[in-house]
Design a protein around this ligand. Structure first.
Ligand SMILES: [Zn+2]
Length: 141
C-alpha cells in the first residue's frame, strides 16, 4: 500500500528524473523523511547511472515495472477489502441462522438475549474491523 502523498512525490521524482521538473525544498524534505520515496529516488538514480553507462532505454522499462508493482499492491488491497466484507457477511449470516434456528424451536427469550448481544457486540466488532483497516493503511504512511 502506498500513501497518496508518496505517489504524488514519486510521480514528481520521475519528472525530475527526466528533467521535466526540479528538485525543490518540499520534495527534498519528503525524500529525507520518507523511507519509501528515498529508496525510490535512489533506485532511479542507480538506473540513471546505468543508462549513462550503457546508453540504453532502461528507464522507461523500469518505470513500467514499478507502476506494475503499484497496480499489484492496489489489487491486493482491493482483494483484502472484499475478503473482509465476505467474512463480515459470513459472520452475520451465521448469527442470523442461529437466531432463526432458535426462533423455530420457540426460544423466544433466548432470541431477545441474542438480539441484545448482536446489537452490542456487532458495533464493537465493526469498530475493531475499522481500526485494523486504518492501522494497516497507515502502516506505510
Ligand atoms: Zn514518500
Amino acid at each position: 500500500m502506498m500513501d497518496k502523498k508518496c505517489t504524488f512525490y514519486q510521480n514528481r521524482l520521475i519528472d525530475i528524473f527526466y528533467e521535466e521538473d526540479i528538485m525543490d525544498k518540499e520534495i527534498q524534505e519528503h525524500i529525507i523523511n520518507c523511507h519509501e520515496c528515498n529508496k525510490y529516488w535512489k533506485e532511479l538514480k542507480e538506473v540513471k547511472i546505468k543508462v549513462d553507462k550503457d546508453n540504453e532505454e532502461i528507464p522507461i522499462e523500469y518505470i513500467k515495472i514499478s507502476q506494475a508493482f503499484d497496480k499489484v499492491e492496489d489489487i491486493k488491497s482491493k482483494r483484502l477489502n472484499i475478503i473482509n466484507l465476505v467474512i463480515f457477511i459470513m459472520i452475520s449470516s451465521v448469527l442470523l441462522g442461529i437466531g432463526l434456528v432458535f426462533a423455530m424451536q420457540g426460544f423466544g427469550r433466548e432470541i431477545i438475549y441474542f438480539q441484545v448481544i448482536v446489537h452490542t457486540v456487532f458495533p464493537i466488532f465493526l469498530l475493531i474491523f475499522v481500526k485494523i483497516r486504518t492501522l494497516k493503511e497507515d502502516y506505510n504512511g
